[in-house]
Design a protein around this ligand. Structure first.
Ligand SMILES: [Mn+2]
Length: 331
């Protein structure tokens, strides 16, 4: 009973009242940024500023991904000096630790916290929570919340939300992307979201050098269980002498998952010696959030992350062992 109680969401009205009663508000999200967390941060900042005239800002906790630099509203996410806040809003954070050390600094100085998210492993860590694990993206939740608030939604907010929804659904492919997701996007188009420009920037603006580099990594993947599982290792040494960074190529994790017969694909990034961050994807039946939770991570059923300490072979072997123990009949 106790557990169920703690998992309860607050109502839109409770959340709106808390926002209204706060003057200085920070919005924060996770490290290793992507379209959904950047988009939902920008939309939350602008939507609340434009409609309620609050002193609100996005707090930068990591680099900006190159493919999102076309959003000039990125300037609303800044490096902010440590300070007291009336309210800290977490968006797209499966756990309170996802924004890293900067998040801790601001959390300690915030009077109240709100948690808006769609990660299955979210444990309702804030004072007020608004978590929908079946939603396609945090951006879809933010849109619905703004509708509940009766907010006007500007073109800038619509653009940011469209980026988040389109990227987090893998262009509407994932199961969590439903009819309601498409209806939200239809409304965003009506609100003036610049879909042609956004889609071209996101998907048809690839860099030749980056793509050739990806091919190299893809070609050296290790394949297991009769080509049902692919694991790619990406090491600091791979990037020596190049201008490239790991975040520019990490979408290669999707490559093998999308090939017939493959169920799981993994990208292990070497963060430092003997420390690997795993990005994990599945296609039909493996719940990768469960596997990743075992390795200090979590996320969604078909897309999750984890961290494994040890060398690359150890990371690969531990992962495969856990996968096999969870799905003994499949692998
Ligand atoms: Mn997300």
């Amino acid at each position: 009973m106790e557990m169920l109680m703690t998992k309860k969401n607050n109502t839109p009205k409770e959340i709106l009242d808390l926002i209204k009663s706060s003057e200085k508000i920070g919005v924060i999200s996770h490290k290793n940024p992507d379209g959904d967390n950047i988009g939902s941060t920008i939309a939350t900042v602008l939507g609340i500023r434009e409609n309620l005239n609050k002193n609100i800002f996005g707090i930068k906790v990591d680099y900006f991904p190159k493919d999102l630099m076309f959003l000039d509203t990125l300037k609303n996410i800044e490096e902010i000096d440590e300070q007291d806040l009336d309210l800290l809003i977490y968006v797209d954070c499966g756990g309170v630790d996802r924004p890293g050390d900067i998040g801790e600094v601001f959390r300690k100085r915030a009077k109240k916290t709100i948690n808006i998210d769609h990660h299955k492993t979210n444990e309702h860590f804030a004072d007020f929570n608004y978590v929908f694990p079946n939603m396609s993206s945090t951006c879809e939740i933010v849109f619905n919340l703004f509708r509940e608030f009766n907010f006007e939604i500007s073109k800038e907010v619509a653009d940011a939300l469209l980026v988040g929804i389109n990227t987090d659904t893998y262009r509407f492919l994932y199961q969590s992307s439903g009819a309601s997701t498409l209806r939200v996007c239809a409304e965003l188009y009506d609100l003036g979201a610049d879909k042609d420009f956004i889609y071209q920037q996101l998907y048809q603006n690839k860099n030749f050098e980056v793509e050739m580099f990806k091919n190299k990594l893809i070609n050296r993947a290790k394949l297991f269980f009769n080509n049902k599982v692919a694991i790619i290792g990406m090491f600091k040494a791979d990037f020596e002498g190049t201008d490239l960074t790991m975040d520019m190529v990490d979408d290669i994790v999707n490559y093998y998952r999308d090939i017939n017969g493959f169920e799981v694909s993994v990208l292990f990034k070497e963060l430092e010696v003997n420390l690997f961050k795993g990005s994990v994807r599945s296609k039909e039946f493996v719940d990768v959030s469960k596997i990743c939770k075992y390795f200090n991570g979590g996320g969604h059923t078909r897309s999750s992350g984890c961290v494994i300490e040890g060398d690359f072979d150890f990371a690969v072997n531990s992962f495969l062992e856990k996968l096999k123990s969870e799905y003994p009949n499949e692998f």
